[in-house]
Design a protein around this ligand. Structure first.
Ligand SMILES: CC(C)(COP(=O)(O)OP(=O)(O)OC[C@H]1O[C@@H](n2cnc3c(N)ncnc32)[C@H](O)[C@@H]1OP(=O)(O)O)[C@@H](O)C(=O)NCCC(=O)NCCS
Length: 336
């Protein structure tokens, strides 16, 4: 390997070849079932080929990294983030620079797209750390203890697909909450909730939709509604084998649920992040907080390390009136 490698966007006619590589790495190698294209439909679709970066050896795709561009609401601003997925090198060729090439190209493409930052989730931190990515941000992982299965509530909880409600109705609740999270369209919510490994419950109060929770495996990836309906949804989910629920860091609902149910809350980093466009990020933060970048400690002289810690922070941080670190959350529903 080496000299013959080239990197660039996937061509539409190469999508079947990319799909095969992804399924070899993420399905066959991991001894699981399914099709990665179906698990990440916003990433893997014809309209996003320019952001599906592939490494070729001649005509053969030997590596890949994909970018799913998502707008993220933060107060009155919208950040543009690149959610990175499907990073891989063909098994027999690992350790020869393919993964590095794919990720360098992703960084360049994110710059071309004018994104503010990139986010990824991985068990291979060392690989990304070499490329400038840092573990940062935070979320609350609520572990549900078995005793939570018994509780009662004034809410009626049922599977979304057995109810007269639709994902679009859940979408409206999410929109109304206006959290500092990914901004989705109703259609995107429907697509994300319809991924084959996911299912949803809704919580009704007097026949009205009061909340919903989306499950993948043992985790509730997104939960909406006030603390009361969330507790009812968690109790129902626990009775069907769900063991964890993800909340934004410092979400006020968490303390109320902790008081009502046997759960145990852990703060974790949000993922690995890379600042792509420091000037654009700073230009959104400074006016929004009515402070100068220098006052906020994110001036042009700050090192990338300091900037990352100051802007995204670490999971330990408590709620405060300080404008930084950013209180943004990327729901697991939006993970690619
Ligand atoms: C992770 C992966 C994409 C790396 O691709 P690759 O082509 O093997 O990586 P490179 O050859 O560019 O590696 C460059 C360096 O990163 C190191 N590296 C590779 N994988 C690593 C890992 N998981 N953790 C820490 N370092 C790693 C290599 O040792 C190498 O270091 P060196 O240059 O000092 O020798 C590849 O191992 C892979 O496809 N893994 C399976 C799929 C996967 O887990 N993807 C990540 C999902 S988030």
């Amino acid at each position: 390997m080496g000299g013959g490698l080239a990197v660039g966007p996937c061509r539409p006619k190469e999508l079947p070849q990319l799909r095969k590589l992804l399924n070899e790495v993420f399905i066959t190698e991991r001894n699981t079932e399914g099709d990665l294209f179906n698990f990440a439909p916003l990433l893997y679709n014809d309209a996003n080929v320019e952001n599906l970066r592939v490494v070729r050896d001649g005509r053969t795709i030997v590596g890949h990294a994909g970018i799913c561009v998502r707008p993220i609401r933060w107060r009155g601003q919208v950040f543009q983030a690149g959610l990175i997925g499907g990073v891989c090198a063909r098994k027999d060729l690992r350790g020869t620079g393919i993964g590095t090439l794919a990720m360098e190209d992703v960084a360049q493409r994110m710059t071309e797209l004018g994104l503010d930052f990139g986010v990824l989730w991985t068990g291979s931190q060392g690989f990304y750390q070499r490329l400038g990515w840092r573990t940062a941000g935070g979320l609350c992982m609520m572990r549900i203890l078995e005793a939570a299965e018994g509780g009662a509530s004034g809410f009626e909880v049922m599977p979304l697909n057995e109810s007269p409600f639709r994902p679009e109705d859940c979408h409206r609740l999410h929109e109304a909450a206006g959290r500092n999270e990914v901004i989705r369209t109703a259609q995107e919510t429907r697509v994300q909730m319809g991924i084959p490994t996911r299912s949803a419950w809704i919580g009704l109060s007097g026949g009205h939709l009061a909340g919903y929770a989306v499950r993948a495996g043992e985790t509730l990836q997104e939960i909406e509604g006030d603390a009361g309906v969330c507790a009812a949804l968690i109790v129902r989910a626990a009775s069907e084998g769900v063991r964890r629920c993800v909340f934004p860091l410092n979400d006020p609902r968490v303390a109320a649920i902790e008081g009502a149910l046997p759960v145990c809350v852990e703060r974790r980093s949000m993922g690995m992040l890379l600042i792509v466009n420091r000037a654009s990020l700073t230009a959104k933060i400074a006016p929004e907080t009515c402070a100068t970048a220098a006052d906020l400690g994110i001036g042009p002289l700050s090192s990338a390390e300091v900037l990352m810690a100051r802007i995204f922070g670490q999971p330990e941080r408590e709620p405060s009136e300080e404008p930084l670190p950013l209180d943004i959350h990327i729901s697991y529903l939006d993970h690619v």
